[in-house]
Design a protein around this ligand. Structure first.
Ligand code: 4AD
Ligand code: MG
Length: 440
């Protein structure tokens, strides 16, 4: 008897197999019952037949009277081991299980998540159970594909993974969003907002590096795009300019989306995701300077000004106008981080780009050319009132063989939300942390 995962059933047509899983749904009428079985790898319909009293059932696989009676004890989320024969669905490109025998592993108590509509708070309070529902299952599968595609891309392109620290002595992105920790009563430590600064050190040893891990932002934002803990991938490269940087980002995002289109057809259907906008990914991304974007936004009715950062609403308005991701480049220096290199052609701007996902999604990547001159960087640190002592090591990198370099960072949840076509990023991470949620 082969123990088989549901995703492999198609290789066992006509054979008897053992499948273990959970009953995600069930219904019965008369002498037939259907269990929708989930084992993690997929879903399959199991068909249970009662014995017909007059016999003459032909080849039909029937349960003993005793088993048929027992089958009526099934509840939602009951765990079960089944013995059955794999059969092709008479109409669809699917396989079914004709059940010969089964044993309950545990008959579940009444499951709190039913068929009726639940509000988001109830579902989030029950996140430990909600993860099992088919939509949530599909989202996590797609997230996983995006992670794998990221590793594959960097591996193919001569990057190595460098793990940056999570406990840090200083801010990377901005001091207002730091989670502070008392470090043995001797000093303060902060949870990392991005591993970028540490990756900058690593390029001098390895040329091209990336990290991928949790980062933390004590942002008081209650938007559908903000989490206080999320997964960021930072990439950093020596000897590149802004143009090279954007090319790498474009190729990475293209490979990630392509990978989901190839590997997660079922999941995209379950999420009712219109894949047409994702299929556009083969076309070149748009590139617009911040100045131009502001002009366009004003035409579209925004009250944004020349020197403003782009707000979430502006990004939504703008990205609804485009059918593919858009790079916005050359932001005003005031709205960007201290480490970004100034544009030699316009000192009021920095050599940076945010990548905005289309269909109203907005920023998924932030990146830039880094200031590689010691004196200039020191000036920025002072202008920003950052503690110079905590940045001495970072300044050192500009003393010993400094080179033009740059990189970028993406937020995995933002990309997952866009690719899945879902509204709120809290559904894209297994256990979301927001300003008002730390449970479960
Ligand atoms: O634009 P950010 O702040 O850039 C950096 O941290 C750079 N140090 C990255 C680098 O150059 N290596 O953040 C990068 C990305 C954003 O584009 C967004 O996708 C995501 O991280 N992000 C968030 N995702 C969820 N919740 C939040 N609060 C986020 N803040 C940023
Ligand atoms: Mg940003």
């Amino acid at each position: 008897m082969s123990k088989v995962l549901i995703s492999n059933l198609s290789n066992f047509e006509g054979k008897e197999v053992e499948v273990s899983g959970w009953v995600a749904n069930f219904r019965s009428s008369g002498k037939i019952a259907f269990w929708q079985l989930r084992d993690g790898s997929g879903f399959v319909q199991a068909i249970l037949l009662a014995r017909r009293s007059l016999g003459g059932g032909g080849d039909a696989i029937e349960l003993s009277d005793e088993k048929w009676q027992e089958s009526k004890k099934v509840t939602l989320e009951t765990s079960v081991k089944l013995l059955g024969v794999v059969a092709k669905h008479p109409k669809k490109e699917e396989f079914e299980l004709q059940v010969k025998d089964f044993s309950f592993i545990q008959i579940a108590e009444e499951y709190p998540i039913g068929k009726k509509d639940h509000g988001p708070d109830f579902l989030l309070d029950n996140r430990h159970l909600w993860l099992r529902s088919s939509r949530q299952w599909a989202i996590q599968r797609i997230r996983n594909t995006l992670i794998l595609a990221t590793y594959e891309f960097f591996n193919k392109n001569n990057f190595i993974k460098i793990d940056s620290p999570i406990l840090t002595p200083s801010a990377c992105e901005g001091t207002t969003e730091l989670f502070e920790i008392d470090y043995f009563g001797e000093q303060k430590a902060y949870l990392s907002q991005s591993g970028q600064l540490y990756l900058e050190a690593a390029i001098f040893a390895h040329g091209r590096v990336f990290d991928f891990g949790p980062v933390f932002r004590a942002e008081k934002s209650k938007t559908r795009r903000h989490l206080t803990e999320f997964w960021m991938m930072d990439a950093e490269m020596a000897f590149i300019n802004l143009e090279d940087n954007l090319e790498i980002q474009e190729n990475l995002i293209r490979q990630m989306v392509k990978s989901v289109l190839e590997k997660n057809k079922l999941e995209l259907i379950m999420l009712e995701r219109d894949v047409k906008p994702l299929e556009n990914i083969t076309k070149p991304f748009y590139k617009i300077m911040h100045k131009e974007a502001v002009k366009k936004l004003k035409e579209l009715g925004s009250d944004i000004k020349e020197g403003d950062d782009m707000g979430a609403d502006d990004e939504t308005i703008l990205t609804k106008q485009y059918d593919n991701p858009i790079f916005i480049t050359h932001y005003p220096k005031e709205v960007k981080a201290f480490y970004m290199k100034r544009d030699p052609l316009d000192d009021s701007r920095v050599l940076c780009a945010d990548l905005l996902a289309p269909e109203g999604y907005g920023e998924i990547i932030g990146g830039s050319q880094r200031e590689d001159n010691y004196e200039e960087l020191l000036k920025r640190i002072k202008e920003n009132n950052l503690p110079q002592s905590a940045f001495e090591w970072y300044l050192d990198l500009r003393k010993y063989g400094s080179v033009p370099h740059g990189g970028f960072g993406f937020g995995l949840e933002r990309i997952t939300a866009w690719v899945c076509g879902i509204q709120h990023i809290r559904e894209t991470i297994p256990f979301p942390r927001t300003i008002n949620r730390l449970n479960p």
